[in-house]
Design a protein around this ligand. Structure first.
Ligand code: DAR
Length: 384
């Protein structure tokens, strides 16, 4: 059965007093309640010192502070629970977000984000791990937001539409053959529901955002489907999502076995879009700025769709694979992306968790090295 999603305006009302001011007692009570279910990072770092500091801010900034936490307060199973609403939140609310970011990315000391797209071809070859990994769905994406624009949780409909128009202009001139498909009602590039579903079946387009309680509660999904769409390259290996969790998700999906090739495809796309004159939102320490603190740094998530029938006992024990993956700094998701289930073959989307304090090249290396371990364990589990 489909879950009933809670939208931002209703989610935030629960934490306001009679005058509409932020009520810290109500927030604390909810975080305390969640402690017996699951402690998200948002919950963990809601400390007395943080509360004291937040309370000393003007009311408008307290309201924004509440907005940061809505995803976590609304979802019992949250592990992070935070969405920034504007690029400047990472400085303004550093008293709360800094420790949380360092915790998620396992960073000690004063790490500053460095970038390195030097990723070799012919080195991270999956058939060296296991000869059956001949034709694998390899994916890589970077999250990007654009300087001068709010992040999706706090955009209004007008800003979303304006941003989409700006991107349509960029797509018309950026030089890689492809087409933009809009979900905005009445847009000149609007596609039908059927066309949208076809793109979803191919795993190109994102799902209806109003069906994800994290996206609705945080405001990421507000004004759906206005300002949303996808640019897709003619050869269907490169795509750019507009108006999802970040303003842009720049993605490449390649079928094959050389991780370096998907990186090259992604980097070509990223360089192309950068040349169109867009200036991405960046932080001097944290690197690229993203809505979710988990994506800060490189914003890069690289994965493969792999089958782990032995570890997952034919898909019935996803938890086991998730636990093992975690030991190697990897995350295992279902085959339909985040919050989706694995199938009977234990098909999972495996990616390194860290994106800050690692370079783009490190992300690929971590994926490759983690997969070596994971496939070793999968083979052992098959002999048990
Ligand atoms: N599940 C949510 C978000 C985790 C990170 N995923 C993103 N940003 N799509 C949580 O708070 O646990």
């Amino acid at each position: 059965m489909q879950q009933q999603c809670v939208f931002k305006q209703d989610a935030r009302k629960l934490y306001l007093d009679g005058e509409g001011n932020v009520d810290f007692v109500k927030i604390q009570a909810r975080w305390d309640e969640l402690k017996s279910i699951k402690v998200s990072l948002g919950n963990k770092y809601f400390t007395p010192e943080v509360i004291e500091k937040a309370k000393s801010l003007p009311q408008q900034d307290q309201q924004r502070f509440l907005d940061l936490m809505l995803a976590g307060l609304t979802n019992d199973d949250s592990s992070v629970g935070i969405c920034a609403t504007r690029p400047q939140d990472y400085d303004f609310y550093a008293f709360y977000l800094e420790q949380l970011i360092r915790d998620y990315h396992q960073i000690q000391g004063d790490t500053k984000q460095e970038h390195d797209w030097n990723i070799p071809i012919d080195e991270y070859v999956l058939t060296k791990i296991n000869p059956t990994l001949e034709k694998v769905s390899m994916r890589a994406r970077v999250a990007r937001n654009v300087k001068g624009w709010n992040l999706p949780p706090s955009m209004d409909k007008e800003e979303r539409l304006k941003f989409e128009s700006k991107m349509v202009e960029a797509f018309e001139s950026f030089g890689i053959p492809g087409k933009y498909y809009s979900l905005t009602p009445g847009h000149k590039n609007q596609i039908s529901e059927k066309e949208a579903d076809d793109l979803r079946h191919k795993h190109f387009l994102f799902n209806d955002m109003t069906t994800d309680n994290y996206l609705t509660a945080s405001g990421v999904a507000s004004d759906w489907p206005y300002g949303r769409g996808i640019w897709l390259s003619e050869d269907q290996t490169k795509m750019i999502w507009v108006g999802e969790e970040d303003l842009l998700r720049i993605i490449s999906i390649v079928q094959g076995n050389d991780l370096g090739k998907v990186d090259k495809s992604l980097h070509d796309l990223l360089t192309g879009i950068e040349k169109s004159g867009l200036e991405f939102a960046e932080h001097p320490v944290y690197g690229v700025i993203t809505t979710c603190p988990t994506n800060m740094g490189t914003g890069k998530r690289q994965s493969i769709l792999g089958k782990f029938p032995n570890i997952t006992k034919q898909g019935t024990d996803e938890k086991k694979l998730k636990e093992i993956a975690k030991q190697f700094g990897l995350q295992a998701r279902g085959c339909g992306g985040e919050h989706s289930a694995m199938d009977k073959e234990g098909t999972a989307d495996i990616s390194p968790s860290a994106r800050f304090g690692v370079t783009e090249a490190n992300v690929t290396k971590k994926l490759y090295e983690g997969l070596i371990k994971l496939y070793e364990i999968e083979a052992q589990a098959g002999n048990e």
